[in-house]
Design a protein around this ligand. Structure first.
Ligand SMILES: Nc1ncnc2c1ncn2[C@@H]1O[C@H](COP(=O)(O)OP(=O)(O)OP(=O)(O)O)[C@@H](O)[C@H]1O
Ligand SMILES: NCC(=O)N[C@@H]1O[C@H](COP(=O)([O-])[O-])[C@@H](O)[C@H]1O
Ligand SMILES: [Mg+2]
Length: 389
């Protein structure tokens, strides 16, 4: 039935960061037309798209204006912060929303996807509670116990997140969460702190007319709630991989549609604990830019367009390490790229973000090695050579 699929398609990408940029490159390579959308001009994916729009994606009116103007075949969200109720409307009007409009609504805020997984699907997660005020938080934090992890329900890449060690730290953590919450909600989630052995992302590919398939698990290390390095394959037992696949299938089946999902798990000695998921390529999955025959962006594209994925080949121990900014600047020059690229089986991607601020992710170093340790060492060393001046 594959030969019924007609290309090119007109794709509207909502969010135009580094993940979107690689997705656009994959889409362009099959001749598709892409409109890249974000809140600021010259965002990474805009630099490689056919055209771009700068709007507030939390505004239904703004979304209506650009969808009416461009009439895309598919809408492909790249970030969480989108007026998802509007996506439901677009879907009703016949535009395909990836993975589905309902799924983007479930994953926009942490509480909806957590309740779906824990309460409706009975999947083990960290114990959690919610609060809408400091007073409610004091009660919820006591119930969960200390240390715990506090996050705004609406945030990503660790923004507003902190580990709360004791009662005295609750107020400060609340203020930090509220100051870094996206959108208009004041709601926070407080979670049991999981002392995991390793945390992984299981890239899960849900297809329109073929079975769900998985990539080899990706291990990662986070700081301040944001990813620092990732590696593939992650060293976890076969039974835990199967358990993670079973959970990933359960959640992605409940969300429906098609596309790649980055399903995050904490792995303890005896448990596989579901954390959250992205209904789109995952930042830790950037390692697949060097580690697989089809990277996560190509897999997402094939899945959303209904194109076949006959095999995913993993090339062996590989790693990624982030290149972060340390200062605020509107004019950025990089040095050290030549030095970083002098090593065998090392690659560098610079995203082309037009401005920087402390800890903003500006690029990524990729490496292959004889084992995971060597791959991580090479990626981290290459990343450290690239400097912003
Ligand atoms: N309950 C927990 N126990 C222990 N560590 C946690 C817990 N929750 C989060 N973390 C740590 O913080 C990281 C970021 O948390 P989480 O994935 O929930 O945030 P995020 O803002 O959605 O990040 P991203 O958007 O990058 O996925 C996790 O990968 C993990 O390292
Ligand atoms: N964990 C989610 C994630 O990594 N998202 C990626 O970061 C971009 C925003 O970057 P910015 O904050 O530097 O603009 C997003 O557009 C997406 O590509
Ligand atoms: Mg996460």
């Amino acid at each position: 039935m594959h030969n019924e699929i007609k290309l090119p398609k007109k794709l509207m990408l909502l969010g135009a960061g580094e993940l979107g940029k690689e997705f656009v490159i994959a889409a362009q390579r099959l001749g598709n037309y892409v409109i890249a959308v974000d809140r600021y001009p010259n965002a990474p994916a805009m630099q490689v798209a056919d055209c771009s729009e700068v709007i507030s994606m939390l505004s239904g009116d703004d979304l209506e204006a650009i969808v009416s103007k461009h009439q895309p075949d598919l809408i492909i969200p790249e970030i969480e912060a989108i007026r998802t109720e509007k996506l439901v409307e677009f879907e009703q009007r016949g535009i395909i929303v990836i993975p589905t409009a309902a799924a983007t609504n479930y994953t926009m805020n942490r509480d909806r996807i957590r309740d779906l997984a824990n309460e409706q699907l009975n999947i083990r997660t960290a114990r959690y509670g919610y609060a809408n005020s400091l007073e409610e938080l004091r009660v919820a934090a006591d119930l969960i116990g200390f240390p715990n992890v506090l996050k705004p329900v609406m945030s990503s890449s660790g923004k507003g997140q902190s580990v709360v060690q004791n009662k005295d730290e609750v107020e400060q953590a609340w203020n930090y969460a509220i100051a870094n919450s996206r959108g208009d909600t004041q709601k926070v989630i407080v979670e049991e702190f999981i002392n995991f052995e390793i945390e992984i992302t299981l890239l899960t590919i849900k297809q329109w007319n073929a079975p769900t398939i998985y990539c080899e698990p990706i291990g990662h290390r986070q700081e301040r709630g944001d990813y620092q390095e990732s590696w593939q394959p992650a060293e976890i037992s076969e039974d835990k991989i199967l358990k993670a696949q079973e959970i990933a299938k359960k959640v992605t089946d409940a969300l429906g549609g098609a596309g790649i999902f980055g399903v995050e798990f904490f792995i303890t000695k005896n448990e596989v604990i579901f954390s959250e998921l992205s209904p789109r390529p995952h930042d830790t999955g950037m390692v697949t830019l060097i580690s697989q025959n089809l990277n996560e962006f190509e897999l997402h594209l094939r899945a959303v367009l209904g194109l076949p994925i006959p095999n995913i080949e993993q090339f062996g121990p590989s790693a990624s390490a982030v290149i972060l900014a340390s200062e605020k600047s509107d004019s950025i020059t990089y040095t050290g790229v030549a030095d970083a690229l002098a090593q065998k089986d090392v690659d560098i991607k610079l995203f082309g973000k037009p401005s920087s601020h402390p800890y903003r992710r500006m690029g990524v170093a990729l490496a292959k090695g004889v084992n995971v340790e060597e791959a991580r060492e090479k990626a981290t060393s290459a990343a450290s050579k690239v400097k912003l001046v």
